[in-house]
Design a protein around this ligand. Structure first.
Ligand SMILES: Cc1cc2nc3c(=O)[nH]c(=O)nc-3n(C[C@H](O)[C@H](O)[C@H](O)COP(=O)(O)OP(=O)(O)OC[C@H]3O[C@@H](n4cnc5c(N)ncnc54)[C@H](O)[C@@H]3O)c2cc1C
Ligand code: FES
Ligand code: FES
Length: 484
């Protein structure tokens, strides 16, 4: 059985297909049709709902954290122990919620399909922001696509709603909801099963390791932002899932003297500030990784486990020299990330083995890190080329170079010939040109709908030249938007 709250209503579900998405459950089983299905692939935001989660800090103090997610690619098991809020829940007695009222006042309700999703993204923003900040509002809405009129009235609604923050019924009921969620957390062995398909929800690392070792054919479900597409886009039915959401050890982060130690199931929203503090380019790139709703669900472990050649996490982590702590039953092993990707979507993971933690070396004096994501549009788009350059410069010489790319080969990969053309040589334009030419030996990229082979190679070479310009002329104008 899994348990969660639908607003204030306790839901206990035992026999149900674990392949069912939150959106289908809401619309088909509960008749809640306010949340819409636009794309069923996490791209448009029409299905946006908000999930409330119980957070307990080191002092034992509890609070509810609200986050927007895409219901179309969230599987129902991900709700265990949480509160689900949809657009139907927002009304405050006889009045609209302040974000709904602002959408009315500012003429932000442009079409019935997208408006519920916009409202829920604004509601989540109102629960997390201290006041109105245009950039923050744009980021919060970057996963809600409007193809008709535009965003101006919706941003005006955000400004009105956040400018006059009002306490709502959700704030008034926080203690009551926290107590209900705490009671659910004490439940034994949650699972969802309809006789043909099953989802197991281990409650700690040892239980996860034992379950997966005993059932290596199971599919691990972290945020599900890749896995759920197999269900919604490829119409597969996955017979056995192991959900990682209840394993607290996988959600922790430790900032150590030499290493950032990140649990595999930490959502990107949570690890982004930690990575950005050490490596600002990592943070800037993660701000362009999908959109808010996806980053609230997606994990770094899932990004690597998915092993896509165009995943954004891998090239950056390869350039930084990251390692993975892998676990299979009671056995752990440390593997450099560059030994993890073997072939197209094939990794070094053994049956029943999973990524437990991601270990990222911290910056050293003389080190420089640059990361670039080249896409057709700025927000919410997949990379044609993703590049990361990590150099150790010492007295004008390149002591160490780790340069990695996504979108250039069947796996995310270091550019070893390019690196060799730089190491031990003066950091000078002539060396950079030789290194750019060497990229033709490192990679023979494919033509596909995102970019041609020639374009990918040219872009990769130009990103190396761009690194040279940025490091040699630090006063160049701002860098993030010109990555497109
Ligand atoms: C609309 C949209 C936009 C996207 N944009 C981007 C983007 O800009 N950049 C990008 O890189 N990706 C993007 N993605 C892909 C996806 O969001 C990321 O790859 C994400 O990090 C996957 O994490 P997850 O937790 O959701 O993984 P899941 O979907 O839960 O899992 C993915 C795979 O990894 C395996 N897995 C999960 N956790 C582990 C573990 N601990 N050990 C071993 N295997 C594991 C799963 O079994 C599965 O095979 C996008 C996806 C969508 C739907
Ligand atoms: S329906 Fe488009 S993001 Fe969910
Ligand atoms: S609000 Fe729906 S397309 Fe613009």
């Amino acid at each position: 059985m899994i348990q969660f709250l639908l607003n204030r209503e306790p839901c206990r579900i035992e026999r149900l297909d674990p392949n069912l998405t939150v959106l289908r459950w809401l619309r088909e089983r509960r008749g809640r049709t306010g949340s819409k299905e636009g794309c069923a692939s996490g791209d448009c935001g029409a299905c946006t709902v908000v999930v409330g989660e119980r957070l307990v800090d080191e002092t034992g103090a509890e609070r509810l954290r609200y986050r927007a997610i895409n219901a179309c690619i969230a599987l129902l098991s991900s709700l265990h122990g949480k509160q689900l809020l949809t657009v139907e829940d927002l009304q405050q007695g006889d009045h609209l919620h302040s974000v709904q009222q602002a959408m009315v006042d500012c003429h932000g309700s442009q079409c019935g399909f997208c408006t519920p999703g916009f409202v829920m993204s604004l509601f989540a923003l109102s629960k997390n922001a201290a006041g109105f900040d245009r950039e923050e509002a744009c980021a919060a809405l970057s996963g809600n696509l409007c193809r008709c009129t535009g965003y101006r009235p919706i941003l005006a609604a955000a400004e009105q709603a956040l400018g006059q923050a009002q306490a709502d019924s959700f704030a008034a009921r926080e203690t009551e909801i926290l107590a209900q969620l705490a009671a659910i957390a004490a439940q034994d062995a949650p699972q969802l099963d309809d006789g043909a398909a099953r989802c197991l929800l281990p409650r700690d690392l040892a239980e996860l390791a034992d379950l997966y070792a005993a059932n290596p054919q199971a599919r691990l479900l972290a945020g599900g932002t890749d896995l759920a597409l197999e269900i919604t886009q490829q119409h597969r039915r996955l017979p056995l899932l192991i959900q990682l959401g209840q394993v607290a050890e996988l959600q922790t982060m430790r900032i150590e003297e030499a290493t950032l130690d990140i649990g595999a199931a930490v959502p990107l929203t949570d690890c982004a500030p930690v990575l950005a503090a050490d490596y600002p380019d990592f943070g800037a790139l993660l701000a362009r990784f999908a959109a808010t709703q996806i980053r609230n669900q997606a994990t770094l472990g899932g990004n690597l486990g998915n092993a896509s050649p165009i995943g954004d996490g891998a090239p950056l982590l390869l350039a930084l020299g990251a390692s993975l702590l892998l676990r299979q039953g009671a056995r752990q092993r440390l593997l450099p990330l560059e030994d993890f990707f073997l072939d197209y979507r094939v990794t070094a993971l053994q049956p029943g083995e999973f990524i437990e933690r991601i270990l990222v070396p911290r910056p050293q004096p003389g080190h420089h890190f640059r990361a670039f994501k080249v896409t057709k549009r700025l927000d919410d788009d997949i990379s044609a080329v993703c590049a990361a350059v990590h150099l150790h410069l010492d007295g004008g010489l390149v002591r160490e170079a780790r340069i990695a790319f996504g979108g250039m080969a069947a796996i995310p990969k270091r550019a070893s010939q390019c690196e060799q053309a730089l190491i031990g040589r003066p950091w000078a334009e002539s060396a950079v040109e030789r290194a750019a030419s060497a990229l033709e030996q490192d990679f023979s990229p494919l033509d596909d709908l995102r970019a041609s082979r020639a374009y990918r190679l040219r872009v990769a070479q130009n990103l190396l030249r761009k690194t040279w310009l940025e490091l040699s002329q630090p006063d160049l104008p701002t860098r993030v938007t010109d990555h497109v």
